[in-house]
Ligand binder design. Structure first.
Ligand code: UGY
Ligand code: MN
Length: 254
């Protein structure tokens, strides 16, 4: 007997790909097997193929899997563990990361990772070409955890942020920020800015404005926002919401 499928469900789709933004819920994503990985796969959500200036995906590493060999591929990398554990090495530094743990691996630093746990691990993986800042030393590797990153509250609006990689270091060419919202809260304005975003809903749900249209976002959804896309977020539901946000910063126009 085939599984019961309610009428209409087959054609239902929340995925959306527009000129300068995209919404990609996890259910429609397909994995890539890559030569540099073994027993691991990547669900790419943003790449230069869609017009983005960075790449982002969900990295799934099965027990015993990881990088096939330590490598310096010329990119800078950011990894944020969502489930399971991952041992990550950046040059001579390494850490065993649990959910909420993250690593920044600068360009020119050898990266490797392995899953030594008994269950598959899932991580958010971002990579991009580093744009050096004249007169600045290149950034060093960093490891940390969302659990130990301070929360900054934004006035008394019920919104908060965690700057996982800091916010004032111009040697960095991107930020990774957790943006948090109490139920019913939203930004003070519709933003329109030069910065590009990759957004992963970590918790809760909300309504996201992209250009002229509102879209419902649920935990696990990915959103790409190109430069100058009008954007606003309203937290809906009874629980708060939080998303992890990539943002390219600190560089002049090319
Ligand atoms: O910092 C930001 O650009 C942030 N407020 N944008 C966003 O959450 N869409
Ligand atoms: Mn923004």
């Amino acid at each position: 007997m085939p599984a019961f499928v309610p009428p209409g469900v087959i054609g239902h789709n929340r995925s959306l790909f527009a000129r300068n933004y995209a919404i990609l819920p996890p259910d429609g994503m397909f994995p890539s097997l890559l030569p540099g990985l073994r027993n691991a796969q990547v669900y790419y959500q943003a790449t230069p193929l869609m017009g983005a200036r960075f790449a982002q995906g969900t990295l799934e590493v099965f027990p015993g899997g990881g990088t096939a060999a330590p490598r310096d591929d010329g990119y800078e990398h950011f990894l944020y563990v969502q489930s399971g554990t991952l041992e990550i090495a950046a040059g001579r530094e390494s850490a065993s990361l649990a959910p909420g743990g993250f690593a920044y691996v600068p360009a020119g630093t050898v990266l490797s990772f392995v899953n030594k746990g008994a269950e598959a691990s899932r991580s958010i993986w971002i990579k991009r070409r580093y744009v050096p800042a004249p007169g600045q030393d290149a950034p060093a590797p960093r490891f940390g955890s969302r659990d130990t990153t301070p929360r900054t509250t934004v006035d008394d609006s019920g919104r908060w942020r965690q700057y996982l990689l800091g916010t004032a270091d111009v040697s960095m060419d991107f930020e990774m920020n957790v943006m948090g919202f109490a139920p019913g809260t939203h930004f003070h304005c519709v933003e329109t800015h030069i910065f590009e975003h990759g957004l992963v809903m970590l918790e809760g749900q909300g309504l996201q404005l992209l250009d002229r249209d509102w879209h419902e976002l649920w935990t696990g959804d990915f959103v790409w926002m190109g430069s100058f896309v009008p954007q606003q977020f309203y937290c809906t539901g009874w629980e708060g919401a939080a998303y992890l946000l990539y943002k390219d910063v600190n560089r002049d126009v090319e």
